[in-house]
Each structure stands twice: as C-alpha cells, then as structure tokens.
Design a protein around this ligand. Structure first.
Ligand code: SAM
Length: 238
C-alpha cells in the first residue's frame, strides 16, 4: 500500500460534541483528509475528566446565569493534544468576543502546519485557559461574526473549510481561488454575478457582454459589477 503523504496541515478539534464535526468527512475537506493532504483528529473533552459524571462545567465565580467550562479538563486536553512541539501551531479559540474572522485570517491560518481548535460551550471557557496558553503557543481568539452560537463547533467547521480550500491541491482548478469575493486579486471586492446555461431562464437572459467573446470587455464588465455590488452592500474594500 502506498503510504499517505505527510499532511500539509494537521487539525485537532476538542469538543464535548465530537459528532458535530462529522461533516468534515464530506466533499472537498473529506477528500483532502482521505488523500492524506490534511490530517484530522477530533477529541472528546470529557475524555480528560476524572469524575463519574465526566463534568466539564461549573457555576461562574461572581454569580450570574449559566455555567462556565472548567479549566482542568481543558488544561489536560490541550497539554496532550498540543504536545511539546508547538512550532507552527495555532490554538484557535472560537468566541463571539474574538477578532472578526476574514479571508485574510483564513489565508494566514492556511500557512500554519497545525491548528488546534478549542470549542467552548455554555458561557465559554474559564478565561485562565486562554491566558495560560497565550504565553506558550500562538493563540487566536476568533469570532465568526456579531451573533452568538451555542458552541464553537460551527465556527470550527467554517474556519476549517475556509482554510483547507486554500491549500494547494484541494480545489481542482486553483484559478477558482483567484477571482473570489474578499480575495486580494479582486482587491477585496465581492465577486461579480455569474451565469450558466440556459441562455434564457424564466424570461431572464444572460448579459450580452458575456456572450461577446471579447475578454477585455468581459473583464471590464465584471470589474464594474464587482465594484457596484461591493458599494451597494456597503462592504469595505482593501
Ligand atoms: N457568554 C459568551 C459571550 O457572551 O461572549 C457566549 C458563549 S456561547 C453561548 C458558547 C460558545 O459558542 C463560545 O464559547 C464559543 O465557543 C461559541 N461561539 C458563540 N458565538 C460565536 C461566534 N460568533 N464566533 C465564534 N464562536 C462563537
């Protein structure tokens, strides 16, 4: 049997709902894992608890609603998962109070050798966990957007998918990555509208310029459409 290549990127995800990560076996990310381009391990945080109830949460100091994830299971889990060699590793902690996730952050994560995701639940993870690891490993607290999810798993899925598709060999035609919304090649603009066959659909037709075969005119039209869309949606450009 041919041995699998050394993965370009190793992913570890720690969660109390490992099943939540099952979509990673599908589509292009799934293929990247099967081919050995990407290594994935999903861990159950409760494997690092020592009581009968496999407790991972407790009441917050200072009072208030909800429960907070205890530091001990997180510390033991992350020590084991991170191991001693944390060079080229980023610990990603999804949180609504983190740095907003953008294509530029995805591109920078895609240059790392290993990403370890710590998926919080309840009111989040005891803040000492992030304080401790921040001094020991590149740690990035990342927000998927200005809304609150129930847990970090959906954020981890979104981050993993957006990072893995940037790795060489994952997208069949790497040109697809060039003129995409938020990409540097489009100067951060949104992508222009796209069309395929049939030419007429429910009384709507494809813009004539796209049928002209005139590459310069098509490029100019696409640029103008991208600029208009970006301005209409009040999105920033780079
Ligand atoms: N009490 C926290 C707050 O107000 O900032 C929210 C905790 S949230 C209910 C539980 C977990 O979901 C968080 O620890 C984080 O892992 C994840 N999460 C929620 N919203 C998120 C977002 N916008 N981006 C990334 N992760 C998020």
């Amino acid at each position: 049997m041919t041995p699998l290549p050394t993965p370009l990127l190793r992913l570890d995800v720690v969660s109390i709902f490992p099943e939540y990560l099952s979509p990673l076996s599908l589509s292009l990310v799934g293929k990247a894992i099967t081919s050995g381009l990407v290594g994935l391990r999903v861990h159950d945080l409760r494997d690092w608890t020592h009581d009968r109830h496999r407790t991972v949460d407790d009441t917050p100091y200072g009072g208030g609603a909800g429960m907070v994830m205890k530091p001990e299971p997180w510390g033991e889990a992350l020590d084991d998962v991170l191991g001693d060699d944390t060079a080229d590793t980023t610990l990603v902690v999804p949180t609504p109070s983190g740095v907003p996730y953008t294509q530029a952050v995805a591109a920078s994560l895609a240059t790392r050798k290993r990403l370890v995701f710590a998926c919080g639940r309840y009111e989040g993870i005891d803040a000492r966990v992030m304080a401790y690891y921040r001094d020991r490993v590149d740690t990035q607290e990342i927000s998927l957007g200005d809304y609150v999810l129930n847990g970090g798993e959906v954020a981890a899925l979104a981050i993993i998918e957006s990072v893995v598709r940037l790795l060489p060999g994952v997208i069949g035609n790497p040109e697809s990555l060039v003129e995409e919304s938020h990409s540097p090649d489009l100067d951060g603009l949104l992508e222009y509208p796209v069309f395929t066959k049939p030419l007429e659909w429910r009384g709507l037709s494809v813009p004539d310029v796209l049928l002209s075969g005139h590459h310069a005119k098509i490029s100019a039209w696409r640029r103008e459409q991208a600029e208009r869309l970006t301005s209409d949606r009040q999105r920033p450009t780079v």
